[in-house]
Design a protein around this ligand. Structure first.
Ligand code: PA5
Length: 435
């Protein structure tokens, strides 16, 4: 069970309860995108079963690599969960496991060329995810991977190795999937990309990677119950209140801190969730994420003594899944015998505590969210907690959490520069500007 150590004032608890009322009342801005609130408790077992069946089918077929194609909310949740749950040296330790790799989240030629090199000689399948079905990055990557798969297998076999997850009726991906006879999953109309990890967008890749998505949904569902409380007992209310209080006090940047590299992509998912939901109308807490103790040797100096605009939320893990003690050494040349018999995790926890105290002393307010351990249940809890708090928090800020109008600006320029049909006028303007 997640424990939150946050102490917002009564005034900010009140504000968060107002935000909660807007969210739960389903009357706020963007209220046609609230389907994610019901996913933990209302996802049909049959839908989970379909994801598990595809995972099993591909495993039985000997699929070695599944390429998951998507960007933003269409890949970060799955990536975060899989990274958190996997062995740090998975490919060497579990060589027989189906590998899940990601593509379509950048336009790097090197990345995609190297991915194609990596796929050579391997048994491959693909999950292509795009809610709009029109996003350039995943569409480009899918064109490459589709060609690759079709070059190895018959048309029919290729189609059985591709699953599309997209809108129920619109978009190029839907048209393509229908035309090619791919199996499809629908991203519900009322669930936006960054809130979609508990739909097949997250469930299918996570199941294919070999993890128990039913446990993840159970964790999310238990958290959804807790987050229904209309009081300071609700961890989402507490977190939304505490971070908005810091923001109002001039702390414009929130750093999500972990002490376990497996949580790095939880930080990336969280950054997208909060960045896209809150950063608009000239407002919003800037979400940053660091991995400690690693980044104490890069960002630590700034956090301790740089501009005082930061606050930290430490994502702490109570119990480790592995045990490793520091052993005593007769010669003690490294002077580490004072640690003999202590677990590495104890050292890590002392690093966490010591860092928190140092940062508090340095003017960086600290909050702490503790999960019991890294497993499917706790990751499910965490996903839902952060989503719910995000909705409340954005309503406290007074912005619509569920749109992302600012994302269009770069696309417009990119399409103009690439001479996309329909962008002729914009192409001319942008070229004049660049002369
Ligand atoms: O949260 C969001 O809505 C975005 O980050 C989208 O997930 C991202 O832009 C990808 O969009 P799509 O799934 O339509 O390709």
């Amino acid at each position: 069970m997640i424990k939150v150590e946050l102490n917002p004032s009564d005034q900010y608890i009140e504000k968060a309860i107002e935000g909660y009322d807007v969210l739960e009342g389903r009357e706020g801005a963007g209220n046609d995108f609230l389907g994610w609130l019901d996913l933990p408790e209302q996802t049909p077992s049959s839908l989970v079963g379909e994801c598990e069946a595809i995972a099993q089918e591909w495993k039985d077929k000997g699929v070695q690599v599944v390429v998951v194609i998507g960007i933003g909310g269409s890949y970060l949740g799955a990536k975060a969960a899989i990274e958190a749950l996997s062995h740090s040296f998975d490919s060497d330790i579990n060589p027989q496991k189906t590998r899940v790799v990601f593509a379509g989240f950048n336009l790097s030629e090197e990345y995609h060329a190297e991915l194609l090199e990596y796929l050579q000689g391997k048994s491959v399948a693909c999950i292509v995810i795009s809610k709009s079905g029109t996003t350039t990055e995943p569409a480009v990557a899918f064109r490459l991977i589709k060609k690759h798969i079709e070059s190895i297998y018959s048309k029919e076999e290729a189609a059985s190795r591709i699953v599309a997850i997209t809108d129920k009726s619109r978009g190029a991906l839907k048209t393509l999937a229908d035309g090619e006879g791919y199996r499809t999953f629908v991203i519900p109309d009322n669930v936006g990309g960054r809130f979609s990890v508990l739909t097949p967008v997250g469930l299918l890749p996570i199941a294919v990677a070999g993890y128990d998505v039913r446990k993840m949904l159970l964790g999310a569902s238990d958290m959804a119950k807790l987050c229904r409380e209309r009081s300071a007992k609700n961890p989402a209310i507490l977190y939304a209140a505490a971070r908005n209080e810091q923001y109002a006090a001039g702390k414009k940047v929130e750093i999500l801190v972990n002490y376990n590299p497996k949580l790095q992509y939880i930080g990336e998912w969280w950054k997208q969730l909060y960045g896209e939901s809150e950063g608009k109308e000239g407002k919003g807490i800037f979400p940053a994420a660091v991995n400690f103790t690693t980044d104490l040797h890069s960002m630590g100096q700034y956090i301790q003594e740089g501009e005082r605009m930061l606050f930290e939320t430490v994502l702490s893990v109570k119990n480790t899944n592995k045990e490793l003690l520091v052993e005593s050494d007769e010669q003690n040349l490294d002077g580490l015998n004072f640690l003999a018999g202590k677990s590495l995790e104890h050292c890590n926890k002392m690093a966490e505590l010591g860092t928190r105290l140092a940062h508090i002393d340095g003017g960086v307010p600290n909050m702490r969210i503790e999960i019991d351990r890294i497993d499917e249940y706790n990751i499910g809890e965490l996903f839902f907690l952060f989503e719910k708090a995000c909705g409340i928090s954005a309503y406290i800020l007074g912005v619509n959490p569920f749109d992302q109008p600012g994302v269009e600006a770069y696309k417009k320029n990119m399409f103009a520069l690439l001479n996309k049909p329909g962008y002729e006028e914009a192409s001319q303007k942008i070229r004049e500007r660049l002369q």
